[in-house]
Design a protein around this ligand. Structure first.
Ligand SMILES: Cc1cc2nc3c(=O)[nH]c(=O)nc-3n(C[C@H](O)[C@H](O)[C@H](O)COP(=O)(O)OP(=O)(O)OC[C@H]3O[C@@H](n4cnc5c(N)ncnc54)[C@H](O)[C@@H]3O)c2cc1C
Length: 358
């Protein structure tokens, strides 16, 4: 059997989008994925919200570019899979409970934000009439990440240049003519290039030439019956995301290692957040709950590019809180690296070179 051009460890949104982009350019790809509890891509809330939070200008530009790439990306997937993925671009409202809080939000928000006083907020979202106001980020929104992951699975299955293996990568093995990932059962998946894309587990993959500063951060979510708001609502400590005729409420942020439990305390906190935002949610039936592990990088930004000491070894990990937003765009930025060239200039803030090797 001929050697694949690319071997990818991990089949979350990052591994799948990278595999598809590489295969589209003619590379033969082996994707090695062992499904694990807590994988982030299906657990996520699916916000596409580059306008929330502060970031350096180059990072903000990249996040906005990633959001703007989404419609074309979903169209490509629709053409390949006939699966229509719900995309909400109605805006995200950053809620304020006092006018001072609104001033503070406005001061750190991009100029595209629209200030909503109490009346304007109530006319957009009547369920929020008791709040002092908010900021509307008109181009942000959310994607149904669960449907998206199903569509990516179908697209990968239909791509003849991708071989998908269910197996657990136990270590990176850089010895010999070609580097490889070694599985727990002893299989060696060698390739011309290798890509580490195994989410929250990237920081503990043995054998890498440098420690990757990626750790799991647990997020618990619940889904409540009913849809009292049209748009995504962001509040201190969490968010409400309409999905179909229900509302996803998230998320906790907990340093508990690889523990993927849903806890009574987590559910209580989420219910309290929902009720503080929209009091009738105190009685909304809970339809579902789950937890996922964010692959959190030390600085909260993805790690992209090839290893300066082992150029055949590439990284696409540490997507932290924004992997659904960033992964489709990041796969395009990484493609030149997978073809033997350089990371694009737009993705330079995410280069692995920002972390020193040991
Ligand atoms: C609660 C929560 C809410 C979030 N909300 C948002 C949001 O609103 N918007 C947003 O943009 N992002 C959000 N994120 C972040 C986003 O989900 C992640 O950044 C993104 O999904 C990471 O994708 P990934 O492919 O790197 O990792 P994952 O989806 O975790 O995939 C990693 C894959 O690798 C496999 N794997 C792991 N180790 C091995 C191994 N040794 N061998 C083989 N396979 C292995 C795993 O089983 C899994 O299939 C959220 C995350 C969480 C947890």
């Amino acid at each position: 059997m001929s050697v694949p051009d690319l071997v990818i460890a991990g089949g979350g949104i990052v591994g799948l989008t990278s595999a598809l982009v590489a295969a589209r350019r003619g590379l033969r790809v082996t994707l090695v994925d062992q499904p694990r509890a807590g994988s982030a891509s299906r657990a996520s809330a699916g916000l596409l919200a580059p306008s929330i939070g502060e970031s350096a200008p180059a990072v903000h530009d990249a996040f906005v570019a990633a959001r703007e790439f989404y419609p074309a990306f979903l169209d490509q997937l629709l053409a390949r899979t006939e699966i229509a993925i719900p995309l909400d671009r109605d805006g995200v409202i950053d809620l304020a409970s006092t006018s001072e809080e609104l001033d503070a939000l406005a001061a750190k928000s991009p100029p595209t934000a629209e200030r909503l006083d109490q009346r304007a907020l109530a006319s957009l979202e009547p369920a929020l009439a008791d709040h002092a106001g908010g900021l509307l980020h008109p181009h942000d929104g959310a994607v149904d990440n669960v449907t998206l992951m199903s569509a990516l699975d179908v697209a990968v299955a239909r791509q003849s240049r991708i071989a998908r293996m269910t197996d657990e990568v136990a270590s990176f093995d850089g010895r010999g003519n070609l580097p490889g990932f070694r599985s727990r059962g002893g299989t060696r998946y060698a390739g011309k290039r290798l890509l580490v894309a195994n989410g929250a587990w990237a920081g503990s993959l043995p054998g890498l030439p440098r420690p990757l500063p990626v750790r799991p951060v647990r997020g618990q979510l619940m889904r409540l019956e009913g849809r009292p708001v049209r748009r995504v609502i962001h509040v201190p400590g969490g968010y409400l995301v309409p999905r179909g005729n229900s509302l996803v409420v998230g998320a906790t942020s907990e340093e508990v290692g690889l523990d993927t439990s849903v806890t009574p305390r987590g559910l209580k906190d989420l219910r309290a957040l929902a009720t503080r935002t929209i009091p009738v949610l105190a009685h909304a039936p809970m339809l579902d709950h789950w937890a996922g592990l964010r692959p959190m990088a030390a600085d909260g930004l993805p790690i992209l590019g090839n290893d300066p000491q082992v150029p055949a070894l590439c990284y696409a990990c540490g997507f932290s809180r924004n992997g659904i937003l960033l992964a489709p765009w990041a796969a395009e930025q990484l493609l030149p690296v997978l073809l033997g060239g350089e990371l694009t200039a737009a993705a330079a803030p995410f280069s692995v070179a920002r972390f020193a090797a040991t």
